[in-house]
Design a binder for this molecule. Structure first.
Ligand SMILES: [Zn+2]
Length: 303
């Protein structure tokens, strides 16, 4: 009995020592790497974002990643892929995290990860206040006629499919420009109440524009949709990479085709009042990983 115990002790001690030295050798040789996020620095453009806004997340890695390792963030059920920042003296990755519209104010934990290694970063979501539009109208005028429902449904699916696609190439190179330089006529997020019922919100912002006014690409991108849709009339969707897209609606003339690359400042369309518009204007929308955000964020937060 005593001898057995002693043997076990000897073997246990030698085993642990052997394992520890082997582990140290493997770590030294880079065969067993430390946790990729250990010692890394995570910087946020803000840790107190409003809903429907963007948080630019920068990760300064303590050590180089393998090409197969992917940096990402998770918030409110969405995953945001990060891109490497070129010309940085160490390994730097950035990602654009979107806070959904009407996200409940309060304390949250945003996940930042490299493969299965994750860390939590505290975020405090602040409450935005949105004006509401109250309209009392004949319900038959609010809802489109039944014969156009298949068209509306098909167009909704087409747009959702585009929003779900990911082009892992960062095409923008700085803050976005406004597509037209004119006053705001309706802000983002206005709550629409038809006959005292919440019927959605204004998913973009309206800029004053006469029929025929030039609409310019706010940054480099690829045209993903350029056609006439029931609600938004002449519509263009640009893909700027990493799930970041912009939408232009009620256009009178489309000057680009699907698949075409556009440069920043290039005229993509002429403004109008097509679709269900109350008058000529440009409706500008911004979508980040399918989350609709205030387009103004693109002009302020992005680098
Ligand atoms: Zn609008």
């Amino acid at each position: 009995m005593e001898r057995k115990k002693l043997r076990f002790f000897r073997f246990g001690f030698a085993g642990v020592a052997l394992f520890a030295s082997l582990f140290a050798v493997l770590v030294e040789a880079g065969l067993l790497s430390k946790s990729p996020l250990e010692g890394s620095e995570i910087v946020l453009s803000t840790d107190k974002p409003f809903d429907a806004s963007l948080v630019l997340v920068t990760v300064h890695m303590a050590r180089a990643l393998k090409p197969s390792q992917k940096v990402y963030a998770e918030f409110a059920g969405s995953r945001f892929d990060f891109y490497p920042v070129p010309k940085s003296d160490q390994e730097v990755y950035q990602g654009v995290v979107a806070i959904p519209y009407l996200q409940k104010p309060g304390a949250y934990q945003m996940v930042v990860g490299v493969d299965r290694d994750q860390t939590k970063v505290p975020l405090k979501v602040r409450k935005s206040t949105y004006p509401s539009e109250k309209l009392t109208v004949d319900p038959s005028k609010v809802f489109p006629p039944p014969n156009v429902m298949p068209r509306i449904s098909q167009e909704g699916k087409e747009v959702s499919k585009i929003y779900a696609e990911r082009r892992l190439e960062k095409l923008w190179s700085g803050p976005f420009a406004f597509p037209i330089h004119s006053p705001l006529t309706s802000p983002f997020g206005v709550q629409r109440m038809y006959n005292k019922q919440f019927k959605g919100f204004h998913k973009g912002l309206d800029l004053k524009a006469a029929v025929g006014a030039e609409v310019a690409a706010p940054e480099e991108g690829v045209v993903r949709l350029a056609k006439d849709l029931y609600f938004t009339g002449g519509t263009i969707i640009l893909d700027h990479g990493y799930g970041l897209m912009t939408l232009y609606a009620h256009l009178s003339e489309l000057k680009v085709k699907v698949g075409q690359s556009v440069k920043k400042g290039e005229v993509i369309a002429l403004a109008g009042s097509t679709g269900r518009a109350t008058g000529p204007h440009l409706h500008w929308g911004a979508i980040v990983n399918g989350v609709k955000v205030n387009p103004t964020e693109l002009t302020k937060v992005l680098r």
